[in-house]
Ligand binder design. Structure first.
Ligand code: ZN
Length: 175
């Protein structure tokens, strides 16, 4: 049994027959989706999510193929556009990695690391919105690198990021 590594989160999970590909920085989210549609035999536009808001199109975690159970996918891809500031890249990539980790039923690994490395007792099952869960992953990755999330200017308009930050600090066990 192999392992799947999430580079920015610094997490490895045992591979339970999932496929995960980090395509890295791409020139166009739209074009990348089109290539994936072709590769996996989907009709053009089939994997496009019309509900994607503009801000979400800077990065994408795409899970599809065989659906193993509710929201757990066999094939998983992440890809993203390069940002100007390194901390924004970390934020974005960790966000997409957390979505992919969730698609592979692996959020318990992140819960464990949050508790062990940062003394934060998160229960992802109690967080209803997947975007807030993904932002918790982003905050984890930033803090692991000594970057204070409040200094991040990347998505200052992002309500989910603010909610995740609030929750993160609320659930931090003081020592
Ligand atoms: Zn997201």
């Amino acid at each position: 049994m192999g392992k799947i590594r999430f580079e920015i989160l610094g997490i490895e999970i045992p591979n339970q027959n999932f496929e995960f590909t980090d395509l890295g920085y791409v020139d166009s989210i739209k074009e990348t989706i089109r290539k994936l549609e072709k590769k996996h035999g989907y009709e053009e536009g089939e994997l496009q999510n019309p509900k994607q808001s503009l801000k979400r199109t800077i990065g994408l975690a795409k899970g599809f193929g065989e659906l193993i159970s509710n929201n757990i996918f066999k094939n998983n891809y992440i890809f993203y556009l390069k940002q100007n500031k390194e901390e924004d890249n970390i934020h974005l990539r960790a966000h997409e990695e957390t979505h992919a980790l969730e698609h592979m039923n692996g959020l318990s690994h992140l819960e464990k690391n949050l508790l062990e490395n940062q003394k934060v007792k998160i229960k992802f099952k109690e967080i209803r919105k997947s975007e807030v869960r993904a932002e918790i992953g982003a905050i984890y990755a930033l803090i692991q690198r000594g970057i204070i999330p409040s200094k991040i200017s990347c998505f200052p308009w992002d309500f989910d990021f603010r909610r995740a930050k609030k929750l993160y600090y609320k659930l931090k066990i003081s020592d």
